[in-house]
Design a protein around this ligand. Structure first.
Ligand code: AHR
Length: 307
């Protein structure tokens, strides 16, 4: 039931069904595909009608989708912002229309926290920190310099900014660790491969690759193998996400360590949406729980890995 359909009750269409407009980033990674499935499955299970829109990695498409949801008078809008900045105007429009917004997965940098009800997702800075801590330990007995390259997520995205920051906060001030190159690979396999090829051409001696997600790491593995080197051995690799393909590469020894980022946000999102539509207060931040995986842990987890 969309809003304002008479009677003045919130969520007031006769069937009482909550309508959620969801604007997704795109389908750039295995993580994103699993996230989309989680949102769609949980909406169905929760009896929430989902209007799903794929922005194909473009902010303008997300803004359009949100405006469409507003004109359709949905009960609630949820979205995963492709970049952090530039949301104030459209979020204000939703607020003025009386439609609550939930941020999922990624944050916005709007100073006005009343523009959304809550934000559910990971702490990306902590993820970057975990990656950095693993690198520090892994190279503890190496004389150095440890030559590193970094594949960032799409420019301006919260996970790209925060994972870079978390990693640098552990290793940035240690002269033993040298960041030779750091470039966006847009969270995709294709771009991860392409940028890694350029890194390999420009740098003879790379000891470590830090990729902000598994997919870019998997693309980079292809580039490393094509250059006649052994991923996981000649060049150590640490990534973020822990999707099945990444976990398989970890089990195979081509990736050395993965920091988990859970895409399974659907069930909690639907719970929060119900509360928000019912006018209940919800916590302003809901943190996702996640772990890390070594090769042995990946082997153990793989048979039950759902995504
Ligand atoms: O926002 C989460 C990130 O987006 C995931 O780590 C990455 O795989 C996805 O594209």
């Amino acid at each position: 039931g969309s809003r304002n359909s008479g009677g003045g009750a919130a969520a007031g269409k006769d069937d009482g069904k909550i309508v959620m407009g969801f604007s997704q980033v795109g389908a750039e990674s295995g993580w994103r595909t699993a996230n989309t499935k989680s949102v769609q499955d949980s909406a169905r299970e929760a009896g929430i009608e989902l209007k799903f829109s794929d922005a194909q990695q473009k902010q303008e498409n997300q803004i359009k989708a949100i405006r469409t949801f507003i004109s359709q008078k949905v009960d609630i809008i949820a979205f995963s912002p492709v970049v952090e900045s530039g949301w104030d105007t459209v979020l204000k429009e939703a607020k003025d229309a009386g439609i609550p917004v939930i941020l999922t997965d990624r944050a916005v940098d709007s100073p006005d926290k009343t523009l959304y009800k809550t934000f559910i997702g990971s702490d990306f800075v902590v993820e970057g920190t975990k990656a950095g801590e693993w690198v520090k330990k892994e190279f503890a007995s190496a004389a150095g310099p440890v030559n590193m390259v970094e594949l960032q997520g799409n420019t301006g995205a919260a996970p790209a900014i925060d994972r870079k920051e978390g990693f640098a906060s552990v290793l940035g001030s240690d002269p033993k660790f040298k960041m030779l190159a750091s470039q966006p690979g847009d969270f995709t396999r294709v771009k991860g491969k392409e940028v890694m090829e350029a890194f390999l051409r420009a740098n003879k001696d790379i000891d470590l690759l830090y990729a902000h997600n598994d997919d870019m790491g998997l693309g980079a593995i292809e580039a490393i193998e094509a250059a006649g080197k052994k991923p996981g051995v000649d060049i150590k690799i640490v990534t973020v996400d822990a999707v099945k393909d990444g976990m398989q590469a970890l089990a195979d020894g081509k990736i050395n360590f993965i920091v988990e980022c859970s895409p399974l946000l659907g069930p909690q999102l639907m719970e929060l949406a119900k509360k928000v539509v019912a006018g209940e207060t919800v916590p302003e931040r809901v943190l996702t729980e996640e772990t890390t995986f070594t090769q042995e842990q990946a082997k153990a987890a793989l048979p039950d890995r759902k995504y």
